[in-house]
Design a protein around this ligand. Structure first.
Ligand SMILES: NC(=O)c1ccc[n+]([C@@H]2O[C@H](COP(=O)([O-])OP(=O)(O)OC[C@H]3O[C@@H](n4cnc5c(N)ncnc54)[C@H](OP(=O)(O)O)[C@@H]3O)[C@@H](O)[C@H]2O)c1
Length: 175
């Protein structure tokens, strides 16, 4: 599924938010996209560190965060489920497009404590609701992660990261 065609509003939103910054994704998500997304630094997590032309491949979250801090840009975690789960304790802002249509799914966004997140912006569209959430509690001192903000970008049906949305980030490649 190509997000640019099916959800052009989500496509435009992701593109606008991440342009000029750094995106972080797991190896499987990279494979669903198939090539680096333009106009941003692409960081891919892969324990085997298989090189990817046009992207930086990191073997661990620590390595990725150290690299991202050196770039001095904001970090946007674009999935998938395993990377969202690992990064959840460290992110400060979540940009979530809640899609209205139902999709069967087999991978899921991690559960999070809603009382720790405050809605700071909401935009209503026919097919989805775009909500920005900010953490309303301080990050644990366990995560001394430098100065640049870390963010999530995800498109969900309820709380789940539905597999039918597999192509979500890939629409950006077709500019
Ligand atoms: N709806 C949305 O917003 C959205 C967004 C993104 C993705 N998705 C969907 O989510 C699914 C993919 O999620 P997923 O959880 O299966 O896979 P994933 O998180 O995209 O990738 C998992 C892989 O990333 C690497 N990795 C993860 N953490 C690592 C670490 N700490 N150190 C080193 N490597 C690490 C590993 O690769 P190796 O096995 O090579 O070591 C791991 O197998 C796809 O269906 C995709 O379409 C949906």
């Amino acid at each position: 599924m190509e997000i640019r065609k099916v959800y052009p509003g989500i496509y435009r939103r992701i593109k606008k938010i991440t342009s000029g910054n750094t995106i972080l994704m797991g190896r499987r998500t990279y494979e669903t996209i198939g090539r680096p997304l333009p106009n941003k630094e692409n960081l891919v997590l892969d324990a085997e560190k298989k090189p990817i032309a046009g992207a930086t491949v990191c073997g661990s979250i620590d390595e990725a965060l150290t690299w991202a801090e050196k770039q001095g840009k904001e970090l946007y975690v674009i999935g998938g489920a395993s990377v969202y789960a690992q990064m959840l304790p460290m992110v400060e802002v979540m940009h979530i497009s809640h899609v209205k249509k139902d999709y069967p799914g087999d991978v899921y966004f991690p559960e999070y404590d809603k009382s720790k997140w405050q809605e700071i912006k909401r935009e209503e569209y026919d097919e989805f609701t775009a909500i920005t959430y900010r953490r309303n509690s301080k990050l644990s001192p366990k995560y001394p992660l430098g100065t640049k903000r870390k963010n999530f970008i995800a498109s969900l049906k309820s709380e789940s990261l539905k597999s039918s949305l597999k192509g979500i980030p890939s629409g950006e490649t077709n500019q």
